[in-house]
Write a protein that binds this ligand. Sequence first.
Ligand SMILES: Nc1nc2c(c(=O)[nH]1)N[C@H]1C(S)=C(S)[C@@H](COP(=O)(O)O)O[C@H]1N2
Ligand SMILES: [Mo]
Length: 506
Amino acid sequence: MNSVPIPRLRAAVVGLLATGAALGAGHLAAGLADSPAPFVAVGGAFVDLTPEPVKELAISLFGTADKLALQTGMVLVIALLAALAGLLSRRRWWPGAIVIGLFGLVGVAAAMSRPRDGVAAALTALVVGVVVFRLLHHIAEMAGDAPAEADAGRRRFLITSSLVVLGAGAAGIVGGFLQRGAGVISSQLAAAARIPKVPVPPIPPGADFVASGTPTFLTSNRDFYRIDTALVVPQSRAEDWRLRLHGMVRRELVLSYDELLQRRVEARTITITCVSNQVGGGLISTATFVGVPVRDLLLEAGVRPGAQQLFTTSVDGYTAGTPLDVLLEPDRGALLAVSMNGEPLPTEHGFPVRMVVPGLYGYVSATKWLVDAEVTTFDRQHYWERRGWARQAPIKTASRIDRPRAGAVVPAGPVTVAGIAWAQHAGIDRVEVRADGGRWQPAELATDVSRDTWRMWRATMSLPPGGHVVECRATDRTGRTQTPERRPVVPDGATGWHAVEFTCTG
Ligand SMILES: Nc1nc2c(c(=O)[nH]1)N[C@H]1C(S)=C(S)[C@@H](COP(=O)(O)O)O[C@H]1N2
Ligand SMILES: [Mo]
């Protein structure tokens, strides 16, 4: 045992570096084994275990940057604990080593809970973490010994530390490269040539009011909102992809990508929406998807009586449950989509194959990185259902004001108010606006494209100088008008009128 404790800073550095080495080694092992890295497994397990309100808060605070926020948080917590492990070991090596070992065990447990096996990578991280900790600790101790040797010892510690940093960094980078480089980009290029060219529904002129402040009718793939539980975007090649359609069917289907594309393929423009979208929120986008009608596949497999839902699973273990009566409607238009706005699906949006169902929120219908579809009863609970959200979730008729922006200052007089409205699979019949609680006035609707897409609207209101509140409400073609009652997004989507406050100057 050492009589002189290791200086605090150096002790903390030992903990940090050993943990860094563990993560780097875990990443490399995962890259070699083509399995999730321990850091990713821990993050994934954390996402799945996080209580609903916290997840929702994260989405509303960080929006689509929720994953970056989680990763940053994880890095900070891990760094803190790693430094603590080092500080516990200023005199003896084993307390810190035990903390690092426990860390490793958390990684192993997380890996065991994930659908793709990453236990070997987590064990590698554990062993490397403890060994490097012991080694660095030993060198750090020697650096604190007799004054004559102190300089040489410090130098030795510095050199070893630098080597550990370099090694861990290189291992992490190579591991990340091995995972990413798995040929997905070339697979997407090849897919682009294999996807049949089908006539795409034209978007008529006047389908949006961009000049008045609405979004473009089609959302570019880059701007399309993204929501999922995947900390790292699953990277699958179309060439390796298989879909199993099984369960309560007369004939189980196992389809490769090419076999899927031998079926009838069609293009549909669909607006998809997230149940977590707050009133006035941005979790809604529109694209033209090309894919195989889900109904065709269900008829081919032959759904047996008593079946209630299609339970879909992604390559990373996410699940959704979609009512079969919806999917079997002759004109519902649900697709197993392979392309989006003329390109193979981007990886973030589910390459190689995802589902899209007009009229249902994404969490019950839009499974990305789809690999398994089971025809079953409602007894089986899907991912968000198990976490307190509704089993079935048709999209609620809603509308949003895009201009003026909240807090804007605009000249008094005629003011253009513009926005979007949506009631997928019913279609929008009418949008009304009012200022300062006054009389509702009808808004002008943009050219109708389909009942499965959003509808842009605008209105000109004459407003005097001062502060104002404008509100909007939509009515769909079944005659339903949005309720003013404010309800939260849980369990099946927010309700209430969007209101925007701004100022007119005279
Ligand atoms: N594999 C997988 N698919 C998923 C999800 C997910 O977490 N994992 N989230 C769903 C939710 S909640 C929504 S709103 C849509 C969003 O699709 P997008 O990211 O392409 O916009 O994907 C759905 N499909
Ligand atoms: Mo969602």
